[in-house]
Design a protein around this ligand. Structure first.
Ligand SMILES: [Zn+2]
Ligand SMILES: [Zn+2]
Length: 275
């Protein structure tokens, strides 16, 4: 399946194919079917990092100790909040997992042919999928269940056929017990920094900071090829066209006049216009 689609891409867009297949982009980083099946994560985006980045956005540009203190307090609160969420779980599987299961279950007609109590052949839209609910081969041909740890549509149909409990087929990582374990620790509370006993004769002086030219940058450094940040809310700016020289990217006031072309004739024209 993967090779078929890649060949299709190769035939239609050789550049895109070469970009993907470049040795600096090994397949196990982006092609889900090659992911490690023991991790149970099928994410291919860096949303997690983006999310953290925005979570600390108010403190990101603060001095390191202020930043760390803010992160400490945020974590303290989050751990406590998550413990409350886990306590409130009525089901043995987490809320987001239940949501994903509902999405996976929302599929049209499929044919389920049992071979044994654990092995099934599922026909979905003309394609055959072998599903093994247990045993050494446990998994589905489409690999979604193997990699995500959450039963996908083919597996759900077989579980339904057996009238089994879906939760028993979810990875333990999506269950209440593991969740509880993840958040069972807590960040200790600390007294105010002003109450710390001063170490005599060991006054720590602030480091000598050399101020760099220009305003300190706030935005995260982006990787090469990463999309630039979009316009922030309420500050959408269309590209301007210069009334003076007709170029895009500056206006009449900031016009340098020379960007029309470097040849003399154009230069003279611009000057003529100014006079
Ligand atoms: Zn499947
Ligand atoms: Zn101009």
């Amino acid at each position: 399946m993967f090779n078929k689609e890649m060949n299709f891409l190769k035939a239609n867009n050789k550049d895109a194919y070469d970009w993907l297949m470049h040795p600096s982009r090994p397949k196990h980083r982006w092609a889900r079917h090659t992911f490690d099946t023991s991790i149970k994560v099928d994410m291919v985006t860096n949303n997690l990092v983006e999310c953290f980045n925005s979570w600390i956005s108010d403190e990101r540009d603060k001095p390191i100790l202020t930043l760390l203190e803010a992160v400490r307090l945020k974590l303290m609160l989050r751990f406590s909040k998550m413990r409350q969420v886990v306590r409130g779980l009525s089901n043995s599987i987490t809320y987001s997992t239940r949501k994903r299961l509902a999405e996976n279950d929302n599929v049209p007609f499929m044919i389920v042919i049992p071979s044994s109590i654990t092995d099934f052949q599922v026909v979905d839209n003309g394609h055959n999928f072998s599903v093994y609910l247990a045993g050494e081969k446990k998994g589905c041909d489409c690999k979604v269940w193997d990699i995500s740890g959450i039963p996908y549509k083919h597996v759900l149909k077989c579980i339904g056929y057996n009238r089994d409990v879906v939760a028993d087929y979810c990875s333990e990582y999506f269950k209440r017990d593991k969740y509880m374990k993840a958040y069972q620790g807590s960040i200790p509370v600390l007294p105010d920094v002003k109450h710390l006993v001063d170490a005599e004769d060991h006054t720590v002086l602030p480091p000598i900071v050399k101020r760099k030219a220009g305003r300190p940058k706030l935005s995260r450094r982006r990787e090469e090829g990463e999309k630039a940040a979009g316009p922030t809310r309420g500050r959408k700016r269309n590209s301007v066209t210069c009334f003076h020289c007709g170029c895009i990217g500056h206006n009449r006031k900031s016009c340098q006049g020379a960007s029309v072309g470097s040849n003399k004739r154009n230069q003279t024209n611009v000057l003529d216009f100014q006079n």
